[in-house]
Design a protein around this ligand. Structure first.
Ligand code: KG4
Ligand code: ZN
Length: 373
């Protein structure tokens, strides 16, 4: 069964064809990052307009790469939410129209369930299947949330299995990726912040941290997250230390000239800045890993799944691998391309929903706050 997946919840217009929920026949992603960069974040109205421009060519390209015609598609899976309402509406309207005109089933997909399936898609490529129950951390620019993932029976699920979710914890303020983007902005390191801070932290080479950020204690649910305090701590530290001012100004000028590559910005960062970036990343990674492992222990989980844009972070990956191995747990990540928003994960999630009989009709509407559990 070949499903065309369509994703337009945020700032990526994406289409993909996935066979039987696991074989990626094509996956095309048009990123809008160049459009939103100068605002330091996603501008919803601009995102919707760009989705309108991109949706038709992106779907055509996905079909062409899969060597298919529209009529070869067996069903259409589309992101219903959560996300930006105007952005979601573009994909939903297009998906609905295609389904109606082709007479094919339309399957509504929760974007977060897509991120969970991204992990299964990647594992499948390596001939592996994560064992359930699992704890899944979805960590991106818009989400930081922990779920329990299970099926009716334990063990390794097949691609048609209906997965059940239970929310274990979530951020009470900023998402982890949002914290990366805000810290990068205040240090004049461009947008998005994650990839460059990741590389700068790796380049810090043991430079001592100019400041130490403590563990974030959570009252109530100990599996909740909070990142806005950390971002504010970075801001205060930078304000209180006048010696950052000049180099920040220098990087602002470089960014204004379009020089935003790692190789161009690294020479404009003092060892103190590199130490600060490293300490910020240490704090984020420690927090994500510790709460996820605590959840896995509480649930006696069989494996850990990590997905979303921040799952691309190299330090997060190595720390998870080391710490999970020490307690005998397997940890699974998607590749970088499947970590960030894409439509292959939507098509994969659509397959299991289709097999469970979940279908939509022409009344399908965007649900910006759609919950997974
Ligand atoms: O999943 P995604 O593409 O979009 C959503 O937010 O849904 O994630 C984008 C986020 C951005 O905040 C970006 O800064 C962050 O993921 N990110 C990273 C890395 N690559 C992307 N954060 C940390 N380290 C990275 N290597
Ligand atoms: Zn996402």
């Amino acid at each position: 069964m070949r499903i065309l997946g369509i994703e337009s919840s945020c700032d990526e217009t994406a289409a993909a064809v996935v066979a039987d929920g696991r074989e990626i026949l094509s996956s095309v992603v048009a990123s809008q990052v160049d459009i939103h960069r100068k605002y330091g974040g996603v501008v919803p109205e601009l995102a919707s307009r760009e989705h309108l421009r991109q949706i038709v060519p992106v779907v055509r390209e996905a079909l062409a790469q899969a060597g298919m015609q529209l009529t070869d598609v067996d069903a259409i899976g589309v992101t219903q939410g959560p996300g930006l309402v105007g952005a979601l509406l573009v994909g939903i309207t297009y998906g609905k129209t295609l389904a109606l005109s082709l007479g094919k089933p339309l399957i509504p997909v929760n974007h977060l369930e897509g991120h969970v399936h991204a992990v299964f898609l990647e594992a499948h490529k390596a001939g592996r299947v994560p064992k359930l129950p699992a704890v899944c951390l979805i960590v991106s620019g818009g989400h930081t949330v922990l779920y329990e993932v299970r099926t009716e029976t334990s063990g390794a699920p097949d691609s048609a299995a209906r997965l059940h979710y239970r929310k274990l914890g979530q951020t009470r303020d900023d998402a982890a990726g949002e914290a990366y983007d805000k810290v990068a902005k205040l240090l004049a390191l461009g947008y998005p912040g994650g990839p460059i801070l990741d590389r700068l932290a790796a380049a810090s080479n043991g430079t001592p941290a100019p400041v130490k950020f403590g563990h974030t204690k959570m009252k109530g649910n100990a599996l909740d997250f909070s990142f806005s305090g950390l971002k504010t701590a970075v801001l205060y530290h930078v304000r209180e230390n006048a010696d950052y001012t000049e180099e920040i100004h220098g990087r602002e000028e470089a960014l204004a000239r379009g020089e935003r590559k790692f190789e161009q910005l690294l020479p404009l960062c003092s060892p103190k800045t590199l130490g600060l970036v490293r300490e910020f990343q240490n704090t984020v990674v420690r927090d994500l890993v510790e709460r996820t492992l605590a959840a896995a222990e509480q649930l006696s989980a069989e494996s850990i799944l990590v997905s979303g844009g921040v799952a691309a972070n190299s330090q997060l990956r190595t720390t998870f691998e080391e710490r999970a191995k020490a307690v005998g747990l397997e940890v699974f990540f998607p590749s970088r391309a499947l970590s960030t928003d894409n439509a292959a994960m939507i098509a994969a999630a659509a397959y299991s929903r289709f097999r469970a009989g979940v279908l939509a009709d022409a009344a399908l509407n965007a649900d910006p706050g759609l919950a997974l559990a």
